[in-house]
Write a protein that binds this ligand. Structure first.
Ligand code: LLP
Length: 430
């Protein structure tokens, strides 16, 4: 758990300032206790309904985090061949994997079909054309894992949500999901296709959602559409409500009302004996993370003052990309009483490289550490090497122990794949 003890920031019993002396900043630290507590909150909220949690690996794909969630019983929601390999690396059971993604490549499809997946999410008619061709071929050669493929249709229920446009995914203008009319035709085609079984419908509304209403509205729309034709319900055992559960940080009680969501889903799915899947990413890991950074310079501009720190948009791009607000706190809160109003900015050569704007922080000396909260989700997983900055280390804090779960990237890695080799073939323009 993340808290202050004697005005020092502590994550699962680990004093972050002392840890920073050893690890060096910047780095991401995660609280295993917070992840366990969040997992338990979901399980409890959906008590009484058969629920499978499929953690969205895109939020934070480090193997240690995946293992922790796997031990708690979670499976994984994957969106690329790379994420699929991450799950394979930790020996995740194929039954507990779902694979989504609007643009799966044929080689990715083949590897998933060969090695197995619990539910494969189809996102378009064109994808179904390709998948059914690959299934027929692999089945004929005996290469199809389990002999049949269980699929879900990802539906686009045209439900709006209150979040940033970039992470709202279920309005009709979105690239995600299949509209009901097209889905009706696909259900018929799947019914006629051997070795492909329709077992679920999937909806993902968006990310960072605090309202229960849209989840229930989407589910009601899907159920009403299923009721129009018995074929649409035939063989369907699951409804996958996607992810997106919002929460307001480790020091805040703001969060989606999971108990109300649990009750609502139970009312809708219970009478139909449908099981539920959900794919939370941020809710499980977001508030467990802090990005620890050091103050390099205080810089006083003509109209604004800045704290220039050693972390940047390369380590947490959410403020730059979505204008997201992440609380920033001093790692040692017992210093100066003098408050400053500053922008907290990184060293990258972009004005968009900021971690916080107009923040009230104490007067700090160079070398003092700051913690950027809620960095556990979409922090490290969206990190980049821009400005030739190596990716930072990751540390998992658990019951008074700190585990280095990813080393700071060696600089040499950044140019290791650069080469100058002639590409064989005849490419001359004619
Ligand atoms: N399921 C599907 C199909 C998804 O596309 C996503 C996230 C999730 C589950 C998990 O959503 P979560 O529970 O983490 O909200 N980079 C953005 C978030 C992008 C989310 C993409 N899809 C951010 O930093 O806010």
């Amino acid at each position: 758990m993340i808290r202050y003890v004697d005005r020092r920031l502590v994550v699962d019993g680990i004093d972050i300032d002392r840890l920073a002396d050893v690890v060096g900043t910047p780095f991401h630290a995660y609280s295993a206790g917070t992840i366990r507590e969040r997992h338990a909150r979901i399980v409890n909220a959906f008590d009484g309904i058969d629920l499978g949690i499929r953690y969205a690996v895109k939020a934070c794909g480090n193997a240690a985090i995946l293992r922790l969630l796997q031990e708690l019983g979670a499976g994984f929601d994957l969106v690329s061949g790379g994420e699929y390999q991450r799950a394979r690396r930790i020996c995740a059971s194929p039954d507990k994997l779902v694979i989504a993604g609007v643009g799966k490549r044929e080689d990715e499809i083949r590897s998933v079909l060969r090695d197995g997946v619990g539910v494969y999410h189809i996102e378009s008619e064109a994808e179904f054309d390709l998948v059914s061709k690959v299934v027929a071929e692999m089945r004929a050669s005996g290469a199809l894992h389990g002999g049949t493929l269980r699929v879900a249709l990802r539906l686009n229920p045209d439900v709006g949500v209150d979040t940033h446009d970039y992470i709202a995914t279920a309005k009709k203008e979105s690239k995600f999901g299949i509209d009901f009319q097209t889905a009706s035709g696909l259900v018929e085609r799947i019914a006629e296709t051997s070795a492909i079984d329709l077992c679920a419908y999937h909806v993902h509304l968006g990310s960072l959602l605090f309202e229960v209403g849209p989840y229930l509205e989407a589910c009601k729309k899907v159920l009403a559409w299923m009721d129009e034709d018995p074929l649409r319900a035939k063989g369907v055992t699951h409804y996958d409500m996607g992810g997106g559960f919002g929460s307001g940080g480790p020091f805040s009680d703001a969060a989606i009302d999971l108990d109300a969501l649990g009750r609502g889903m139970k009312e809708l799915l219970g009478p139909r004996r449908l099981s539920l899947l959900c794919e939370p990413g941020r809710f499980l890991v977001g508030d467990s993370g802090v990005l620890v950074t050091s103050l390099l310079y205080e810089k006083c501009g003509l109209t604004k003052d800045f704290y220039v720190v050693d972390a940047a948009m390369t380590d947490l791009i959410r403020p730059s990309l979505y204008g997201a607000t992440h609380d920033i706190l001093p790692v040692l809160s017992g210093g100066s009483d003098r408050a400053r109003r500053v922008d907290v900015v990184g060293p990258v050569c972009e004005s968009g490289d900021w971690l916080g704007k107009d923040r009230e922080l104490p007067q700090l000396d160079a070398g003092a550490r700051l913690a950027v909260l809620q960095s556990g989700a979409y922090g490290m997983s969206m990190a980049s090497n821009y400005n030739t900055r190596p990716k930072v280390a990751e540390v998992l804090c658990d019951s008074g122990r700190a585990h280095l779960i990813s080393r700071r990237q060696p600089l040499e890695d950044l140019w290791r794949d650069e080469c100058d080799v002639a590409v064989e073939g005849d490419f001359t323009s004619r």
